[in-house]
Structures are given as structure tokens and as C-alpha cells.
Design a protein around this ligand. Structure first.
Ligand SMILES: [Zn+2]
Ligand SMILES: [Zn+2]
Length: 182
């Protein structure tokens, strides 16, 4: 099939929250490990700890292409993009089998590979809807928030967004914070 001469353009979004998306283009002869790697970078998923897997259809447990480890090995790692049988023109992705994150990658276009382009690449992404640090805000300063503090969110029963500087204050010292994906 279309091997190294074709580029596959996918729109990748979180399932359940399609406002955050990336258009990623990857060559037909590149692998699921290559796809996994750029997805981990683009969606703030770590690339040292958790397993992931691509799957077709709805049920990842029954239709997976094989696990991929953070270092790009595993039974699904070497499968080429051009060899995938895409269910509804899409492929699904699950990251971390403990606390699952599901992504949906819709195939939008197949075109000729362009010379002098490094694949896979991110072609476009959603407009960021910035959240602002509420602690800076309280001091009359508008700073883009980098983190959500889940400990504070739970206590105040609403999301608490903070900037990098505020995240290092004593208040959040032992708190669980996570980077916000824009
Ligand atoms: Zn702040
Ligand atoms: Zn906190």
C-alpha cells in the first residue's frame, strides 16, 4: 500500500473534550511508536512511565494493535501507519491503563509526502482558551495559568488554576498539580 510516499493527516482530540486538538501528519511507512511519541509530546502525556495502545472501534481491550512502552517498544510499536485498517477512517488511542486517557484520531487526508519535511509533524492546533492564575488575579495581576492544583480544586469544589510561580509557593507544597493542556 501507500508506504513511504504518502502522508496521513490525522486530527487528534481528546474523547469527551474535543476543544483540545492537534492535526498531526505522519508518513505511511512510519510506525505506531512514532505516532505514540508525538502524541505523548503534544498532549502532555509522559514518555517515561505509562503504557499506551492504539485500537480500532470502541473497545480497546478487544481490538488493540498491541501495547507500546514509553521507550517505543512493545508488540504494537512496529506496525506501519499505512497497514492500519481504519474503522470509520479513525483510530483510537488509550494512554495509561490505570487512569485511562482516550484520544480519537480521525483520518482527514492522504497526500504525497513533501520533500525536506520532517515527519511526523504537528500541522495545526486549536486556539488556546487560556485560564488565568487566580492567586495572581487576587493581587490584581493577570497571569496565564500553567497548572491546575487538584488538591485545591477538590477542597474548593471548583477547578483552581495557578501559574508556575504560584505553584511553587508553600501553600501548594504537598499538593497534586498537573500541567494544563491548551
Ligand atoms: Zn500566580
Ligand atoms: Zn493547591
Amino acid at each position: 500500500m501507500e508506504g513511504k510516499t504518502k502522508a496521513f493527516l490525522f486530527k487528534v482530540a481528546r474523547r469527551g473534550d474535543r476543544s483540545v486538538w492537534r492535526r498531526i501528519e505522519i508518513k505511511g511507512n512510519q510506525t505506531l511508536a512514532d505516532f505514540d511519541n508525538i502524541i505523548r509530546l503534544e498532549f502532555n502525556l509522559d514518555n517515561f512511565d505509562h503504557l499506551s495502545e492504539f485500537y480500532s472501534g470502541k473497545n480497546w481491550a478487544h481490538s488493540g494493535y498491541g501495547i507500546i512502552t514509553p521507550d517505543g517498544t512493545g508488540e504494537g510499536a512496529d506496525i506501519q501507519i499505512s497497514s492500519l485498517i481504519l474503522y470509520n477512517g479513525a483510530i483510537n488511542y488509550v494512554y495509561d491503563f490505570g487512569t485511562e486517557t482516550h484520544l480519537y484520531a480521525k483520518l482527514e487526508k492522504i497526500s504525497d509526502v513533501e520533500p525536506n519535511v520532517y515527519y511526523p509533524r504537528t500541522v495545526s492546533q486549536n486556539e488556546p482558551h487560556y485560564k488565568f492564575c487566580e492567586e495572581c488575579m487576587a493581587r490584581g495581576k493577570k497571569t496565564v495559568a500553567e497548572y491546575e492544583c487538584y488538591t485545591c480544586s477538590e477542597e474548593s469544589e471548583k477547578p483552581v488554576y495557578i501559574c508556575g510561580e504560584c505553584s511553587e509557593s508553600e501553600k501548594h507544597e504537598d499538593h497534586y498539580v498537573e500541567e494544563i493542556l491548551y
